[in-house]
Structures are given as structure tokens and as C-alpha cells.
Design a protein around this ligand. Structure first.
Ligand code: ZN
Length: 103
């Protein structure tokens, strides 16, 4: 069985293993050197569920989007769209602060 594993897009390492498949059936890979997970076709990049969960946590930490994009290795454009879509889903339930100023 010929191994035709791609190089890691982040660090160009060949120390890459197969890492299951993503939801659309594409082969997922993982780099042992930098830990990056990736699929071979970058045009059809899909952010997996675990990455989205990580992003959700990072968003709660008030980290700038650019920083999150670097850490989880998604594009800032994608991240901005993701955040926008999220805010549209969440109903506005922000209540006015219970503490009154000067009270
Ligand atoms: Zn790597």
C-alpha cells in the first residue's frame, strides 16, 4: 500500500499520520511535529468541530480575533464570518447591568 501522505502545511514536516476522516469524507491528517490537523485539499478547507469548540472558548477569553486565528490556524476572514454567524444565531438577551452606577 503506497503511502502518499502530504507534507504538513504549517511546518512542512513529513511526520504526518492519517487522523480519521472529516464529516464530508475527506481524509484528515495530523502533523506529529506541530500538532496541526489538516485535509489535503486546501481549497475546500473545513474547520472541524473540535476547532470550533476551541474557538468558542477563546472568544470567551476576549482574545482578539487575529490572535485566535493565529492560534487555531484559520483565516481571519473565516473567523470573522464565523463570529458574525454566531452572533446572528444568539438572541439578544443582554440585560442591562443590575448594578446601578452611583447607587
Ligand atoms: Zn507540522
Amino acid at each position: 500500500m503506497p503511502l502518499t501522505l502530504p507534507c504538513c502545511p504549517s511546518c512542512d514536516s513529513k511526520n504526518v499520520v492519517k487522523n480519521g476522516r472529516i464529516h464530508n469524507g475527506k481524509q484528515n491528517h495530523k502533523c506529529h511535529d506541530c500538532g496541526r490537523q489538516f485535509v489535503q485539499d486546501p481549497q475546500n478547507k473545513v474547520i472541524d468541530a473540535s476547532t470550533k469548540r476551541l474557538i468558542d472558548k477563546l472568544l470567551l477569553e476576549k482574545i482578539p480575533l487575529a490572535g485566535i486565528a493565529r492560534v487555531v490556524e484559520v483565516s481571519e476572514v473565516w473567523l470573522q464570518q464565523y463570529v458574525n454567524a454566531k452572533y446572528e444565531q444568539v438572541p439578544r438577551q443582554v440585560t442591562v447591568s443590575a448594578k446601578k452606577r452611583g447607587a
